[in-house]
Write a protein that binds this ligand. Sequence first.
Ligand code: GLP
Length: 240
Amino acid sequence: MKIIAVPNYEALSCCAADIVEAQIRQKPDTCLGTVTGSSPEGMYRELVRRHREEGLELSRIRTVNTDEYAGLSGTHPQSYRYYLEEHFFRSCGIPSEHTAVPQGDAADPLKECRRYEALCRSHPADLQILGVGHTGHIGFNEPADDFPELTHLVDLAPQTLAANARYFDDPDTMPRQAITVGLGVLMRAKRILLLISGSGKAEITERLLCGRIVPQVPATILRLHPDVTAVIDEDALQLV
Ligand code: GLP
């Protein structure tokens, strides 16, 4: 794993945008594995700025997102589809038909998992963006006894529910489950760009980089991938 240490979130966002931009300039029809949350938000903002002010062309990329809350439709303001439309797709002219997010409100979630797994297999990511949750989850692959390989319906860990409740006006309405790609999809990405910021992530960063590779800390599996670049700010690196 290549580690790029940066002073703060702003530098992390610029560095991540540089890596994504270089990838897209080299391959304009790049398949970008997307992720949501606070970690990549600044990177999306910077990509939107470069699209508007510097003419960075993004309309030919394809995107496949890692996860979605179970039960939420894509028009729900807390859904990941909504997040991506707001923060990235709409402002960059990326057509919806080039983008994929699991359908959170599918009538049959298990059937949706199978559909999404097949879609991911036919669109492997050239560059997969990732953040890491406090539990060590990537996508929504929560700690478990085994590394989950396939797209699945997952019960969110209590720590994850607590961390993400801030996004919901009424935390009681927050979904307890999500549809997430498995680690098979993530590990098949050609390259991975991992973003970690803030002192709240210091403990999990230390476990991710220095602890044993175990399914109880799912992100540790990334150390087995041949091409991971982790951009980490000083606050997140303070225990390493
Ligand atoms: C979220 C998402 C993940 C994300 C992670 C970290 O809940 N499902 O895909 O990478 O948790 O989120 P954040 O970047 O907001 O800390």
